[in-house]
Design a protein around this ligand. Structure first.
Ligand SMILES: [Zn+2]
Ligand SMILES: [Zn+2]
Length: 293
């Protein structure tokens, strides 16, 4: 009798020629001298379907895949936690038993997967933030919804906006601008104040300290006619005796250095410094300049 174990066609279903050349098949015709009708019956079985090795004896070719996947009692399956590291393999009944008995083991495998993925997410996040960092030495800081921020600053003392951090060059100093809408120190209640802070950066150990580049702040006049625009610019060269320009510690809390009276609230209403409730401030670091402009 023809019997093909699943192992024979677990991958591809065997071709007719390979079945016909199988010694068992040949023997069944030649040695047993099968009557023609029996031989025809067997051939029809081969042509129409395949014998299985489990309790379902004959199955149509087109149903074989579904049978092996969902019904067969002898075909071997991997545990559904294989990707998490479970190495169990077995027939359906054993797999069901394994799943029932191994929930603790599967749970701890999944915990391992989760913590591995958390590490991957963290390293992707830090790679992404490095990619999106500005290394040009020039920050264009867009501050929108300014009226609401000003109102908040008037009711909350010391309210400060901070810019995204940026680098003076690829391996340079890490800086951050800050702005007090309602002023700070000498500019309190009358001016907007702007400052630059030095943040702990990746390359601090290789850089010269104190920080000595000139820094300029520009408030843009957003006039539609560029030749009529009149920006406000203030700049400084760092005073080497100031502790703000020394190498920062890991947790900087310094105010930074800048202009408490950068632009008065009155001036802010003039020209087109504010447009659509938005202002633009450029912070530019120039390593070559030795004179402030
Ligand atoms: Zn089966
Ligand atoms: Zn398992």
């Amino acid at each position: 009798m023809l019997t093909y174990r699943h192992a024979m066609y677990a991958g591809d279903i065997p071709s007719l020629s390979s079945i016909l050349s199988n010694p068992a098949f040949v023997r069944s015709f030649t040695l047993r001298r099968l009557p023609l009708c029996r031989a025809a019956f067997l051939l029809r079985q081969v042509l129409n379907g395949l014998r299985t090795g489990c309790d379902i004896s004959i199955i149509a070719r087109e149903e074989l895949e579904t049978h092996l996947k969902d019904e067969c009692t002898v075909s071997v399956h991997s545990c559904s936690f294989k990707e998490a590291g479970c190495r169990f393999k077995g027939p359906r009944f054993a797999l069901e038993k394994h799943l029932d008995e191994s929930s603790q083991q599967h749970l701890s495998l999944m915990c391992g997967v989760v913590s591995k993925q958390q590490h991957q997410i963290a390293s992707l996040k830090s790679a992404l933030s490095r990619l999106s960092l500005n290394y040009s030495g020039t920050l264009i800081w867009k501050i929108s919804d300014f009226a609401a921020k000003m109102a908040e600053a008037k009711s909350k003392e010391g309210m400060e906006l901070v810019s995204p951090p940026f680098y003076t060059s690829q391996y340079g100093y890490k800086l951050q601008a800050s702005l007090f809408p309602n002023g700070n120190g000498a500019g309190e209640d009358t001016h907007i104040s702007v400052y630059i802070k030095i943040l702990p950066g990746e390359y601090d150990a290789l850089l010269r300290w104190p920080f000595a580049h000139s820094v300029s702040f520009t408030l843009f006049d957003q006039s539609t006619c560029p030749e009529k625009a009149c920006n406000i610019v203030e700049s400084f060269i760092p005073d080497p005796t100031w502790k703000n320009f020394q190498r920062p510690s890991r947790e900087p809390d310094s105010l930074g250095f800048g202009f408490p009276k950068f632009v008065s609230h009155e001036m802010l209403k003039k020209r087109h410094f504010m447009k659509d409730d938005t202002m633009f401030i450029r912070v530019k670091v120039d390593p070559s300049k030795i004179v402030a402009v």
